[in-house]
Design a protein around this ligand. Structure first.
Ligand SMILES: [Zn+2]
Length: 253
């Protein structure tokens, strides 16, 4: 098959590959968005669980302190009663000291419990805030998850269709040319470039006059000496409006 006949097939393939690349980028973006939302949800749930565990821990301590407070109260009662049964001043002094010491411990425990109650209240407020934040994200997720899933599926379907189209469109292309095209495309994102006024439109390098002459003869394909894309030349370029394929390639360079 002549080069002249290969060029439209390659241009068609390059346009299709441009569409596929855009679709794949969009799909990747959608998947990343969805994954980020799931990650956020997990983090918020973990945060709620962590705060709840902290509250439980503080409540356990508070309950232990309350138990202790009751014991001290009993000891205070006993000490008070002992004070009524003293037989001399020495015993009275000792009983008073014991009672004061127990009352001091009682006050301390009360203060500790009060402080802990304040902390528990703050922690509960944090739990509530974190729960609200989590539920907001969950509600958002519920609303958008379906839309996102639909969009991702639609993109996957379109990519499958375009890939089938691609399989068809490579049929007439010379195998060796296609291998070269695919190899450069894998590295550079596109594998084909037009030569306009002696310049590769993809990398903007001017080819040598000798190479340009060889390209215009259209006897075989030549690679750009700089970007290695397969170069092609349209003899009737001036009659044709600047093609979107050429513009697309220039942007991707
Ligand atoms: Zn080039």
């Amino acid at each position: 098959m002549s080069i002249e006949n290969q060029v439209p097939l390659l241009r068609n393939l390059a346009a299709l590959d441009g569409v596929l690349a855009r679709l794949e980028a969009e799909l990747e973006q959608e998947r990343a968005k969805n994954a980020a939302r799931r990650q956020q949800k997990t983090e918020l749930s973990d945060r709620v669980a962590g705060l709840e565990a902290a509250v439980r821990e503080m409540e356990r301590t508070k309950s232990e302190l309350t138990q202790e407070l009751r014991q001290v109260a009993i000891q205070v009662d006993k000490a008070r009663e002992k004070l009524t049964r003293v037989r001399n001043e020495k015993e009275a002094n000792a009983a008073t000291r014991e009672l004061e010491e127990l009352r001091r411990i009682h006050r301390e425990r009360e203060k500790e419990i009060e402080k802990l109650s304040g902390l528990i209240e703050e922690a509960r407020a944090d739990v509530e805030k974190a729960t609200t934040a989590r539920d907001t994200v969950l509600a958002e997720l519920g609303e958008t998850a379906e839309a996102e899933k639909t969009k991702i599926e639609a993109l996957e379907e379109e990519i499958r269709e375009r890939q089938k189209e691609r399989e068809q469109s490579v049929q007439g292309i010379d195998r060796q040319t296609l291998r070269r095209y695919d190899a450069v495309r894998a590295r550079r994102g596109s594998g084909l470039a037009e030569v306009v006024e002696g310049t590769c439109v993809a990398c903007h390098i001017a080819v040598s006059p000798m190479l340009f002459q060889q390209i215009t003869r259209q006897q075989e394909f030549h690679a750009c000496p700089s970007c290695h894309r397969i170069l092609y030349y349209l003899p009737n370029r001036s009659k044709e409006a600047p093609s979107s394929a050429a513009k697309g390639q220039a942007e991707e360079a």
